[in-house]
Write a protein that binds this ligand. Sequence first.
Ligand code: FES
Length: 78
Amino acid sequence: MTRLVELEANGPRKLEPDDIDDEKGDVAVCQCGLSDDFPFCDGSHRRTRDEADGTTYVYEDGQRREVKRVVTTDDAEE
Ligand code: FES
């Protein structure tokens, strides 16, 4: 499975000591791209647990959709 993720940041987010979770003592960085608290994990990755191998998904407006085909601008001009 893969996910199409739309991000607007164009630079790094420097982690600070205040980013450490007081209870767990660690920093959980989101790797799924779905967190509403990006770059930190907020548990949204649980929504991906039943994704199928070989399928690409997009998550938008609280919905999950399968992506059939990605069209780039080069494709659209042909
Ligand atoms: S890894 Fe993305 S929300 Fe947890």
